[in-house]
Design a protein around this ligand. Structure first.
Ligand code: SF4
Length: 286
């Protein structure tokens, strides 16, 4: 039984960076609390591991009086940053560099006199953070219908949520171009999730069975399984190694593995170990 990993899988750079930052902060905390400002990641197993290590999730109401607070990869508004500073907490800023770029670009566009248009989910923390950099003075659109409902616009500067699907974004951009006199587009889409998609697409044509490791409610993990099933109908989403059914593996030659953007390396490793155990037990029963 051969196990083949997708060329790109699991944590994106921004999530890996902030999770590493949290564990480093704990090493240097000298017994003082370390908290994350909101959950760092949409993966309950990794959150449980962080909590068990002593890194709790906090919000405005539950922040400690002393210690370190980690800002997650989505970033926060400058006003929220100042509030954390005013509490006297040590701040470690885990804002993803790509999100920092969007924040800077939004402010720059506004200074240059453009009306900022953000394409994405207005309730997503990344967008709330960016809005804070431009005093909430922007139009946020998420669908073609919302663009069609806009009045005629003059000079607009467009920022995309980093994780939006390029296909959806391009359709919205075309609609915005028909609605505005001048459109200045900033390239702010991050290709991390697209890289995982491209890698699973390729791998799915080369294996007999494929596991995507990720949360059942994770949109990007479900999309990976959907993509994989085009070429490999025996593609399954599993949250943990315990969900692997040994009867599925009988007679399977090559197994592919992919993982959602919130799946840590140690969970991928556990799946590989479990597959090796099953391989051994199947060999013993021959
Ligand atoms: S912008 Fe890209 S690299 Fe950064 S956290 Fe989001 S998905 Fe990850």
């Amino acid at each position: 039984m051969e196990i083949v990993l997708a060329e790109s899988l699991g944590f994106c750079m921004g999530v890996k960076r902030v999770v590493d930052m949290a564990y480093r902060a704990l090493d240097k905390a000298s017994g003082l609390p370390v908290v994350t400002f909101g959950p760092l990641i949409h993966n309950s197993q990794e959150i449980a591991r962080l909590t068990a290590s002593g890194i709790a999730v906090a919000d405005e109401a539950t922040l400690p009086e002393k210690g370190t607070v980690i800002i997650r990869a989505h970033g926060i508004a400058p006003q929220a940053y100042e509030e954390l500073k005013a509490r006297g907490l040590k701040i470690m800023d885990g804002t993803c560099p790509y999100v920092h770029y969007s924040q800077r670009k939004a402010a720059e566009l506004q200074r240059e006199g453009y009306k900022v248009v953000i394409v994405g989910d207005r309730h997503h923390p990344e967008i709330t953070g960016i809005l804070g950099f431009i005093n909430d003075d922007a139009i946020v659109v998420e669908s073609l219908e919302e663009v069609e409902a806009l009045p005629q616009l003059d000079r607009i500067g467009v920022i995309a949520q980093t994780t939006i699907s390029p296909k959806k974004y391009n359709a919205i951009l075309d609609a915005l171009r028909r609605r505005a006199v001048e459109v200045n587009v900033c390239e702010t889409i991050c290709d991390a999730t697209e890289e995982n998609q491209a890698a699973v697409r390729e791998l799915s044509g080369e294996v007999d069975l494929l596991y995507v490791i990720g949360g059942r409610h994770s949109a990007n993990s479900n999309k990976l399984v959907e993509t994989a099933r085009d070429k490999c109908p025996r593609s399954f989403l599993i949250e943990t190694a315990d969900e692997i059914n040994s009867s599925d593996l009988s007679g399977v030659g090559r197994i592919g593995i992919s993982a959602g953007a919130s799946t840590p390396d140690w969970m991928i490793q556990r799946v590989i170990e479990r597959l090796r155990e099953i391989e051994k037990s199947l060999a013993n029963h021959r």
